[in-house]
Write a protein of this length. Structure first.
Length: 425
């Protein structure tokens, strides 16, 4: 223990900014209202009919505003919309817990102008050709129409024409805990794309799917596109939107580093706590690991309050803090891990009481390098990659890049008197 937690002279850090040419939706509410109104008209949604609006558990930018504008547009044509959670096993796999998750994102009955109906027990509506039972949210099944709201982006566990988006929400999110558990187990045998497409085929025939509101975000975590996709076009249009999402996704500025410091992980940041596409570690069943980025050690410092103790993703890190470990709700975390068939992602890494102790341990495991020569990147989270801190050893590489801006002079690692890193500026 003495050897690992020796006192080190930490390298100086530099704040840099990634310059990204990123499209942004200017008048968000107006775009949402227009898209929803047009799609509802095309789908034949009429006055007096009930519309179930599916909302998930991801930390999507402007989510509350998008949901509110959707409800406003649906009310504007005389319908009776309501919100239902479409998030599989999240929220501790309870009806009340899923309402609480929505509340963390500002989605409450009083703020969005629609009731929230949460029922964790789904209804079985049929089976796929290969015998997989198909489940769906009871409230959604009873509605005259269903509207999906979700971000389309690369998935953290698998690659295919459909990854994290509207179809996955329809299948796994609307399947509640029972469906999500079954589909993840089925994916171990058949693969995710097979399960998603076959279950979606059954749901399209059994439920009144109207359209999905697809959200794309740019590398600066702003809304880049809002598009309503008719249910009949989802299979064709979502892969096209996914390709656009790939081109917009945030990235670390360097493909290799010795230590990545991640201030915050959590379910509101990524389904895996940290976006695997950013950190280059997947740890997924039957899926190959990323070729890049190549990061020797990952140190995750804390867990967001919005995660409600769900620490799925700690297993992706090499080191963490005791304060993060103390925040873990094992019941909530284990439900999510077992439902997703990914217990490996819940392993608790080596952890110490202070950030300084972690840094000493981590920097002692990167090979024959002095700390001042280490390539270190520090980010707030895998969602926030525009501004970051890098060690002084990376300065020559920064200067060679037109897309990186140096914001100030090098400064000592910002450590407080307790031995913990101060918040990033």
């Amino acid at each position: 223990m003495t050897r690992l937690i020796r006192s080190m002279n930490y390298p100086r850090m530099i704040r840099i900014r990634q310059q990204v040419n990123a499209p942004v939706v200017s008048d968000l509410a107006a775009i949402v209202r227009q898209q929803v109104t047009d799609a509802a008209t095309t789908a034949g949604i009429g006055a007096g009919e009930s519309v179930a609006v599916a909302v998930g558990s991801r930390g999507i930018s402007n989510l509350a505003a998008i949901v509110s504008a959707t409800v406003e547009a649906l009310r504007g044509i005389g319908t009776e919309p309501f919100i239902f959670p479409a998030m599989g096993s999240h929220g501790g796999a309870t009806s009340e817990g899923q309402i609480e998750v929505l509340g963390h994102y500002g989605i409450r009955e009083s703020s969005v102008g629609a009731p929230i109906r949460s029922e964790i027990v789904p209804t079985e509506v049929g089976r796929t050709d290969d015998g997989i039972r198909v489940y769906v949210d009871k409230n959604a099944l009873a509605a005259d129409h269903i509207v999906l709201i979700n971000r389309v982006k690369p998935h953290t566990d698998f690659r295919g024409p459909f990854e994290s988006g509207l179809l996955k929400m329809m299948v796994i999110g609307m399947g509640k805990h029972q469906g999500a558990d079954l589909y993840h187990r089925a994916a171990m045998t058949h693969g995710f794309v097979h399960v998603i497409t076959h279950v979606a085929d059954v749901l399209m025939g059994k439920c009144h799917m109207a359209f999905g509101l697809a959200i794309l975000e740019n590398a600066n975590e702003n809304t880049a596109r809002i598009e309503a996709v008719p249910a009949a076009d989802l299979m064709k249009r979502e892969p096209e939107l996914l390709q656009e999402a790939f081109s917009l996704r945030p990235r670390l500025p360097f493909e290799e580093c010795h230590l990545l410091i991640v201030d915050w992980m959590g379910k509101n940041i990524s389904g895996t706590g940290m976006d695997t596409n950013v950190i280059g570690r997947r740890m997924a069943n039957n899926e190959p690991e990323f070729e890049s980025p190549r990061i020797t050690r990952i140190f995750v410092r804390d867990l967001t309050a919005e995660s409600n103790g769900n620490a799925l993703g700690t297993g992706l890190a090499d080191f963490t803090t005791s304060r993060l470990v103390k925040k873990i709700d094992t019941k909530v975390t284990y439900i999510n891990l077992l439902t997703g068939n990914g217990p490996q992602k819940g392993r608790i890494p080596m952890h110490f009481d202070t950030d300084a102790m972690v840094l000493d341990a981590a920097l002692g495991t990167i090979g024959l390098l002095e700390p001042e020569d280490a390539h270190i990147m520090r980010i707030e989270s895998t969602l926030k990659l525009r501004d970051l801190h890098v060690s002084e050893a990376l300065l020559p590489l920064v200067r060679d890049r037109d897309d990186l801006e140096i914001c100030g002079d090098p400064f000592p690692m910002p450590m407080d008197s307790a031995g913990n890193l101060q918040p990033m500026v």
